[in-house]
Design a protein around this ligand. Structure first.
Ligand code: SF4
Length: 64
């Protein structure tokens, strides 16, 4: 699911300490820096909310 990164979203993500990226996902394999489910990680890994204008949430994200 794609969503725009707005100033309000940046503020809420910081305030509520939202996590949604691969490095916080139970399916992430740190050794290979890949997804244990075989999905591409580029859209969800180390997302920089400051420089990006759009975020692609992974539907199979599970909090580690
Ligand atoms: S399931 Fe999604 S969020 Fe989790 S590691 Fe794989 S691609 Fe990343």
């Amino acid at each position: 699911m794609k969503t725009r990164i707005t100033p309000a979203f940046r503020e809420e993500a910081e305030r509520f300490r939202l996590v949604f990226t691969c490095e916080n996902c139970a399916h992430f394999d740190p050794e290979s820096a890949g997804c244990g489910n075989g999905y591409p990680t580029e859209p969800h890994h180390r997302v920089d909310l400051v420089t990006r204008s759009e975020l692609e949430f992974c539907k199979t994200f599970e909090l580690a």
